[in-house]
Design a protein. Structure first.
Length: 394
């Protein structure tokens, strides 16, 4: 048996025999085990199903409590949260925003929505987050101070923000990134879409910058069906974000006006109700996902050619998706095909963002993106749902 067959055999043995799963094993599926029906039914019975209602306020308050952020503003999805967060920080046409070369496309799309362009930096090989070493090199070698802002030497364009990502739920080296942003006076936004419940040195991902965003899509650790949130500590900024996401509406008695261009980005009450029920089980979801990650690690340890993506030092990961690195793209693609043909829904990593057609003309930092390209070619994400772990395993 060659090593490719051995890897596939170990994965099949894990899901089919050790975890006892028959039929399709989804990459990541929602799990409703609490009061979801009760809370959603309450919305339907009350008629409060749209963007105003008690569950929105409750969900925002619970998110603040869980993350330690002073304020949370719920939105229709994580991408809208990214967009309005950058917009509210003043990112605009012709600006540049630094972001990692490896992320879901929404990271770069949100920058483009503002009329700005991403500058792509390579990722750290340990956590796949934005590399603080490459960020410092970019600031020192490719930028210059100009009055109260930082400009890109080659183009003269303003560097308006840094957008860091916590990939697959694993915290980036966010303290180092935040320190660099403070030194260079650049706003930091955290894309923590995949990292609800993940911590760096005991502090929640999404709470280190000016704003942090979360996603509650159907494939996330916690779902509201579709939804997102912005985490903020500044009260004035939080008030502005809530205003902007509510179409910048002002109410005077029976008269409704709008004072700036806003966005219809508020989360509906019915989605927030689902989120409130899910939040009650977040700790258990993460406990199960971390147990699954340990099983995956133990199952692949005998395989010399496979390395698992593990939480970095000083971090606590929610292990949103378990990732394994294979020898090369050919082996990855072979195992990817074998898994899906057998009903184990594995997925390849995203293509590096600078390789997508709409971003090919965007700037790539002089340090290149070799790590992102190498890891994207070899990374395989395997089923990671919390319901894969039964009580017999915990």
């Amino acid at each position: 048996m060659d090593c490719t067959e051995a890897i596939f055999g170990r994965l099949t043995d894990l899901y089919r025999n050790r975890l006892g799963r028959k039929g399709l094993v989804a990459l990541h599926e929602p799990w409703f085990v609490g009061k979801e029906r009760d809370y959603v039914g309450d919305c339907i019975d009350s008629g409060w199903v749209s963007s105003v209602g008690p569950y929105v306020d409750r969900f925002e308050a619970e998110l603040s409590r869980v993350t330690g952020a002073k304020f949370a503003v719920a939105t229709v999805n994580g991408t809208s949260a990214l967009h309005v967060g950058l917009h509210a920080l003043g990112v605009t046409v012709d600006d540049l925003v630094v972001c990692p070369a490896l992320s879901f496309v929404a990271t770069a799309n949100a920058i483009a929505y503002c009329g700005a362009e991403p500058v792509f930096l390579d990722v750290d090989p340990g956590d796949l987050g934005l590399s603080p070493v490459n960020l410092e090199r970019f600031f020192l070698d490719e930028c210059m101070a100009d009055g109260g802002c930082l400009r890109h030497r080659e183009t003269g364009r303003r560097v308006a923000a840094v957008l860091a990502v916590h990939l697959f739920g694993h915290p980036a080296q966010i303290e180092d990134i935040a320190e660099l942003c403070d030194t260079w006076r650049i706003p930091l936004v955290e894309d923590a879409a995949e990292a609800l419940g993940s911590l760096f040195r005991g502090r929640a991902c999404g709470t280190f910058g000016c704003a942090g965003i979360l996603s509650f899509n159907g494939n996330k650790t916690l779902t509201t069906g579709g939804g997102g949130a912005i985490l903020i500590d500044n009260e004035d900024f939080a008030r502005r974000l809530k205003h902007l996401t509510s179409t910048a509406r002002t109410v005077h008695g029976w008269q409704t006006d709008h004072d700036v261009v806003g966005f219809n980005y508020r989360m509906p009450n019915i989605n927030a109700a689902l989120g409130c029920a899910q939040l009650e089980h977040l700790a258990d979801f993460i406990r199960r996902k971390r147990t699954l990650a340990d099983l995956v690690r133990d199952w692949i340890l005998p395989l010399d050619d496979v390395v698992m993506l593990r939480e970095p030092a000083n971090a606590y990961s929610n292990y949103w998706l378990n990732g394994i690195f294979l020898a090369d793209r050919e082996q990855r693609d072979t195992i990817l095909a074998l898994c899906n043909e057998s009903g184990i829904q594995a997925r390849a990593c995203w293509r590096p963002l600078p390789e997508l057609p709409m971003f090919r003309r965007c700037k790539v930092a002089a340090t290149g993106i070799a790590v992102a390209q190498d890891y994207a070619a070899r990374l395989l994400n395997i089923p990671s749902s919390p319901n894969l772990i039964g009580h017999d395993v915990l």
